[in-house]
Design a protein around this ligand. Structure first.
Ligand SMILES: NC(=O)c1ccc[n+]([C@@H]2O[C@H](COP(=O)([O-])OP(=O)(O)OC[C@H]3O[C@@H](n4cnc5c(N)ncnc54)[C@H](O)[C@@H]3O)[C@@H](O)[C@H]2O)c1
Length: 260
């Protein structure tokens, strides 16, 4: 079983959804965890629950778009454990509108949270992580980072994260810091729970279901841990077969080549 004992992990957007699942799993595997989010009540409540269960957890207010906010959370890591081993850049937002309908402010906001937020995270965490002997950074992209999704700002941010992951991996390898990306498909969370696209997405997904936050967390755990020690600069799709060929599979099913 993957063991994170002695490590300090920082999960952005850790108050709910996939970030919450990652924080819970990391804590259960022995890491001290900083849950960093703009959602203060949810983040504090999660940290308290984990502590009551006997794990080590702290909540920190973090707006990933704000460099000063990052300074604060890295200072907490230094003061608490004097180390940082794992950073999961998980915070993200969507903006379901087309190129024609997306205003400049909305475009910039999505890029700022999803892409600039991760850039600031990598920049802010590097020194403490290097002083800790190295570490692992996992950027949460999306399978929208592989296709032309109907949310262009989100799509551009998630393609961008894959590029940032590779650049950072090349630069930070000399500091023993690995950088990888996870690209989930549909996971029903607060991000999309009321979206009309859930059913059509599930119907098209070869596995005919959405992913569970806990399933995504298992892949993030692997990349965060020493078990993936020879992997850097890679991105991993986890989407029930959607990217692998959902469109051709639908054609094959519609034409009778496959029988569902
Ligand atoms: N849900 C999906 O289908 C899906 C699919 C692929 C990728 N993703 C990605 O997974 C990640 C987690 O999403 P989720 O599904 O758990 O959604 P979620 O909305 O439940 O969680 C996102 C978290 O990010 C936090 N956040 C938003 N803006 C922030 C900011 N400026 N600073 C700090 N925290 C901020 C939110 O408060 C929230 O806790 C996101 O990056 C998302 O793009 C989600």
């Amino acid at each position: 079983m993957t063991n994170l004992s002695g490590k300090l992990a920082l999960v952005t957007g850790g108050a709910r959804g996939q970030g919450e699942a990652e924080a819970r799993l990391f804590a259960a595997r022995g890491a001290a965890v900083i849950i960093a989010d703009v959602l203060v009540d949810e983040g504090r409540a999660l940290a308290q629950t984990l502590e009551q269960d006997g794990f080590e957890a702290r909540f920190a207010y973090l707006d990933v778009t704000d460099p000063q906010s990052w300074e604060g959370v890295v200072a907490l890591a230094k003061e608490w454990k004097n180390r940082l081993d794992i950073l999961v850049n998980n915070a993200g937002i969507i903006n379901r509108s087309t190129v024609a309908d997306t205003g400049l402010a909305a475009w910039e906001r999505v890029l700022k949270v999803n892409l600039t937020g991760a850039f600031l995270g990598i920049q802010s965490a590097t020194a403490l992580m290097a002083d800790s002997g190295g570490g692992s950074i996992v950027n949460i992209s999306s399978n929208s980072g592989y296709s032309g999704h109907y949310d262009p700002a989100y799509t551009a941010s998630k393609w961008g994260l894959r590029g940032l992951t590779r650049s950072a991996a090349m630069e930070l390898v000399s500091k023993n810091i690995r950088v990888n990306a996870v690209c989930p498909g549909l996971v029903v969370t607060g991000l999309n729970a009321s979206s009309p696209h859930l059913k059509p997405m599930i119907d098209l997904t070869p596995m005919k279901r959405s992913g569970k936050p806990e399933e995504i967390a298992e892949l993030v755990l692997f990349l965060a841990s020493d078990a993936s020690g020879f992997i850097t600069g890679e991105d991993f799709v986890i989407d029930g077969g959607f990217t692998a060929g959902a469109a051709y599979r639908r054609v094959a099913a519609d034409t009778g080549i496959y029988r569902d």
